[in-house]
Design a protein around this ligand. Structure first.
Ligand SMILES: [Zn+2]
Ligand SMILES: [Zn+2]
Length: 447
């Protein structure tokens, strides 16, 4: 990649300069059990950083330090933590006024039905109802889920799973997947009764939902956790990649800091359960924002641990990873590439970040799957791939999308999105023989 100027700020991971602040380069778990990324401050859950839409504690601190350099947030209790999280949602959904602009910041009222959106007063609430009523029910789920999501962080969600008892072709929906989980209700019950579920509702500052609502929330967060390994498994099947005869390598490209900061080496274990008897599946997270953590270990050069999933990481742009490690035989070539919401459609400097990657995937004929949040994202991604003469094999709604609704934070009265809602599969160049395998391509290339 040429060291040209970065054009504009973009929300896209691969488009950002590959810099991660020192503050995110190490982290530890503090006494409350929260992951802390700065030893000088009380622990702040990454779940919260994510909710605050900030990449690091440094971001968070500088945002707040803008007001006062000496402010001590005192996030020392669970109650404080949940309050801070909720604070990011406190603005009038109608006039967008922040609580600090009201004569009494505590006079913000909250919709009683969804416990989610806020109003500066009854007038705004009344005016907003015609548009809010379309989303109130869904936003109620979003409000429950963003609290229950903390249990993913504490490790209570997901519940342990077993090797699949059905073939991949029989598991077409989440319902099919749940039906394989032995004593599902008991597993959900034990999460309901967990210590952290108790702590959560004792400190959430909101009424505890009905048991049935909580149980559904646990299931939605389970799908939110597993949507990624399921996406990779789906792609393995769609491209007929065979994990039974030799170890396979999957590259997850454009991995963001939030994704990798919070990730554990066991996050993709469901893949091993999906393909019992596999020869080893390696998942390499590649992206300029990949940060230090358990997954930040070098990719394997050859064999994966048989029957298991091995997660590794590389911090940098994908084509740089390819040139430095793969070309020098320091990492295996991918059997498959997956991008979770790469969002290259919105990139300002496509040429600098994604273009070399897209061309590389195309020219090496790599089976690839990208996911999207919205139809809009899908439409523009397809357009770019068409311009690059990339062969798109299929696209559409994704059966293993997360069922957790993601609130559009800036405007709650927009349709909530969900991760991996849509997907597209592509491989090689339009018009080329799609059956050409990489070995053949290599030969042609080197001649
Ligand atoms: Zn208002
Ligand atoms: Zn509501």
């Amino acid at each position: 990649m040429s060291p040209k100027k970065k054009t504009m700020k973009s929300s896209h991971p691969e488009q950002k300069p590959p810099t991660v602040s020192a503050a995110t380069s190490s982290y530890y778990t503090d006494s409350l059990g929260f992951m802390s990324i700065d030893s000088n401050v009380p622990g702040l859950s990454n779940v919260i950083l994510e909710k605050l839409n900030m990449k690091s504690f440094e971001d968070y601190r500088s945002a707040v330090d803008g007001k006062s350099l000496t402010t001590n947030f005192g996030i020392r209790t669970y109650y404080d933590m949940f309050q801070k999280m909720e604070d990011t949602f406190k603005f009038c959904a109608q006039c967008k006024k922040l609580p600090s602009l009201l004569p009494d910041p505590r006079s913000m009222r909250r919709c009683k039905r969804c416990q989610n959106v806020y109003y500066c007063g009854s007038e705004c609430q009344r005016e907003n109802w015609p548009s809010h009523k379309k989303f109130c029910r869904k936003l109620k789920l979003a409000a429950i889920d963003r609290l229950v999501e903390w249990l993913v962080f504490t490790g209570d969600i997901p519940f342990p799973t077993k090797p699949w008892t059905k073939s991949c072709s029989e598991v077409k929906t989440w319902e099919d997947w749940f039906s394989m989980q032995e004593s599902l209700e008991e597993k959900v019950d034990s999460i309901m009764a967990s210590r952290y579920m108790g702590i959560l509702w004792a400190n959430a500052g909101k009424p505890k939902p009905e048991d049935d609502e909580l149980r559904e929330s646990i299931k939605r967060l389970t799908t939110d956790f597993f949507t990624r390994p399921m996406t990779i498994g789906f792609a393995i099947n769609a491209f007929n990649v065979d994990p039974y005869t030799k170890p396979i390598t999957v590259h997850v490209i454009g991995a963001s800091s939030i994704e990798t900061l919070n990730s554990r080496v066991t996050d993709y274990d469901e893949l091993a359960k999906m393909f019992p008897g596999n020869q080893g599946i390696e998942v390499v997270m590649v992206g300029p924002e990949v940060v230090d953590g358990p997954v930040m270990r070098p990719p394997l050069v050859s064999y994966g641990p048989r029957g298991r999933v091995y997660v590794s990481g590389y911090k940098g742009l994908y084509h740089v990873f390819w040139e430095t490690l793969i070309e020098n035989q320091q990492a295996a070539r991918p059997d498959l590439v997956v991008g979770f919401h790469p969002g290259f459609h919105a990139s300002q400097g496509l040429a600098e970040g994604w273009l070399p990657t897209l061309l590389l995937l195309r020219d090496y004929n790599i089976p690839s799957l990208f996911t999207m949040y919205s139809e809009h994202e899908m439409k523009y991604s397809l357009q770019i791939l068409a311009e690059l003469e990339t062969q798109v094999l299929s696209f559409g709604p994704f059966p293993f999308a997360s069922l957790k609704p993601e609130q559009v934070q800036t405007d709650p009265n927009k349709t909530p999105a969900s991760s991996n809602a849509l997907h597209l599969l592509f491989r090689g160049t339009i018009g080329a023989d799609s059956e050409t395998d990489m070995a053949e391509l290599e030969e042609t290339d080197s001649s």
